[in-house]
Write a protein that binds this ligand. Sequence first.
Ligand SMILES: *Cc1c(COP(=O)(O)O)cnc(C)c1O
Length: 402
Amino acid sequence: MTTASWIDEFPTRIAALDAAHLRRRRRAVVPTEGAHLLVDGTPMLAFCSNDYLGLAAHPALAEAACAGTREFGVGSGGSPLVSGHSLANAELEDDLARFVQLPRALYFYAGFATNVGIIPALVGAGDALFSDELNHACLIDGARLSRATVHRYPHANLAALDALLAASPARRKLVITDAIFSMDGDVADLRALLALCERHDALLLIDDAHGFGVLGPEGRGTLAEAGLTGAGASSRVLYMATLSKAAGAAGAFVAGPEALIEWLVQKTRSYIFATAAPALLARALQASLRVIATEGWRREHLTQRITQLRDGLAPLLQGTHWQLGDSRTAVQALVIGANDEALAAMDGLRARGLWVPAIRPPTVPESTARLRIALSAAHTEADVAQLLGALAELAPRAGKAA
Ligand SMILES: *Cc1c(COP(=O)(O)O)cnc(C)c1O
């Protein structure tokens, strides 16, 4: 008899996930109209898409992708440092830099790969990293890969960050933060973070996955909203954002000072040793930037839906233990508390044709299981009214214990 191989343990390990209600299932999705989807063949109204401006199905993006395919083909064929850097990708980088009003931009095939790659290119063993405890997984993984000493600071606690920066003997210090936190929707105080970085000679890397296209004048992002682009740009800020959310396509970019971007081109392993993003996506994204800037009504419509949801939920939640997070962005967290109660709420919504994911620990802190409601310019007033009606049926009654 040989001892049992660990390779035979996967079925039991999956069963353990099942038993703990932690097994994730993928659903096959077909977009139909607006925020409506066919999910495994069943019609659903989705409040879980990051397509915040409703651009994923925009005809101008689709047409630009088709024209890009006719001109460049489908695949890019190589690393950007060899033959993969198409003229379309080069032009998109110029457009991105101009759009976010920073000196230079570098276009990547994915946001996750961007952060996992650029952090180790910037700092290494002996250097120090300072990371908000609620940062996105790819910032955390990039920090680990870098081998720098990682200091996690309590969420948005600038006094704690100040103290950690002051105590660090490292010469190279890098502060990394989400601009809008993905599970709460709150906005980081970028000006205060930059002031700390100036005081302690640190570099600031901002991940604006959820703010690019949504916040700031013409959707130029959270850094632009804070007045830290154009004439207000700082030489110690790197601005990263994905192009897979509000921009409606796929990919990401990092923008900032010329020398820093050039360094990233030279040293980012996830950029150098990967195939460049296809030109058809770059063409779609050039179209997306034009739509983001010119169709300002999409941001106004989104803002109206955010207000509608928050105003509609306030009376429903009064006197209950359900709490709406403090957010002015498209990400609205309805914190319920217990895992099973959040799951029951998700199931109740699903039974009513509404798709709102329940987010549980360890993705969020213990006892803060929640419904993460993602709003979009693709939602109509009637869509949000339907969600409010369903939540009115499912929310606990005021005064009644859970
Ligand atoms: C979605 C997300 C990413 C990853 O971007 P992709 O383009 O989907 O790989 C990175 N950072 C944050 C904060 C995100 O929410």
